[in-house]
Design a protein around this ligand. Structure first.
Ligand code: CP
Length: 308
């Protein structure tokens, strides 16, 4: 039984196999209506619980569709509607759910909730985002880069803006897939030092460059995200906007990257804040492929979790 808790906790060979598998899964479905089952019903007779303690569009729909295409069934559960939100322990919830379902995906606030769920579940648990990391998103991003431009190894990936949970998983991916990463953020919004230290110990070239133009110089991939995350208090909003205004990805900033550099954003985006519409809708943007690839990457993750 494999839990998919974080990219740095997963064997690099397994991660590479999941990306290859995702490419194969995507190719095999080309042109099929979304409701058509996959040729191999690898999740036939399987029940999957999708637990959300935070809002979601992509994670919710892509996991649900992915399970159904693989022949399984889903139940989408909101944390607040479960006893989990009313005093039942995470450990007891994990033990009970494991008697009903074959796989659990959870989006939650504290990483400790995910870890406790995994410790006490007797079925695989997948991290669908915590305040600290978002590994499923970054598996989709690696898949998206590679389908457009080949191997991501040794490429220069640049993150602009808040040092949030998405860049944490991107840093982990730099260590496991072997790419260089430059993070351009104000001093107070850098990612956790431990993430950077882990990647540097793995031999990753991690640059912290507060000047966004310098950071983007020669980039193969430019990535950003919203300036205020779901778990941030709204009182930080105005301060964040003032701090991050200089890190907006616009056409002038993209011009510092390589001419064929790609632009990614995990979405939802706040157009006109962290990125302009002209970049989002421009020729270098692969955001819709990136969103679609959540589906294919997560199918590969679920298959790995269940040994399929
Ligand atoms: N990128 C992402 O996780 O999207 P949702 O919040 O809509 O699931």
């Amino acid at each position: 039984m494999n839990h998919f808790l974080d990219i740095h906790k997963t064997d690099p060979a397994d991660l590479h196999r999941m990306i290859s598998e995702a490419k194969r899964i995507k190719t095999a479905r080309k042109g099929l209506p979304k409701g058509t089952p996959d040729a191999e019903a690898v999740l036939a007779n399987h029940m999957v619980a999708l637990i959300f303690e935070k809002p979601s569009t992509r994670t919710r729909v892509s996991f649900d569709v992915g399970v159904r295409q693989m022949g399984g069934q889903t139940m989408v559960l909101s944390g607040s509607d479960m006893q989990l939100g009313h005093g039942e322990t995470i450990a007891d919830t994990a033990r009970v759910l494991s008697r009903y379902v074959d796989l659990i995906m959870i989006r939650t606030f504290e990483e400790s909730t995910l870890l406790e769920m995994a410790e006490h579940a007797t079925v695989p648990v997948i991290n669908g985002l915590t305040n600290r990391t978002h590994p499923c998103q970054i598996m989709a991003d690696v898949l998206t880069y590679e389908e457009h431009h080949g191997s991501i190894r040794d490429k220069k990936v640049v993150w602009l803006g808040d040092g949030n949970n998405v860049v944490a998983s991107l840093i982990h991916a730099a260590g496991q897939f072997g790419f260089d990463i430059t993070i351009s953020a104000p001093e107070t919004l850098q990612p956790e030092a431990g993430f950077v230290a882990w990647a540097r110990e793995k031999g990753v070239n991690v640059e912290l460059e507060s000047n966004p133009q310098k950071a983007v110089e020669g980039a193969d991939l430019v990535v950003t995200d919203t300036w205020v995350s779901m778990h941030d208090s709204q009182t930080t909003k105005e301060r964040r906007h003032n701090q991050l205004r200089a890190y907006q990805v616009d056409d002038a900033l993209m011009a510092h990257a390589k001419p064929d550099a790609l632009f990614m954003h995990c979405l939802p985006a706040h157009r006109g804040e962290e990125v302009t519409s002209s970049v989002m809708d421009g020729p270098q943007s692969v955001i819709w492929d990136e969103a679609e690839n959540r589906l294919h990457a997560q199918k590969a993750v679920m298959r790995w979790c269940l040994g399929k």
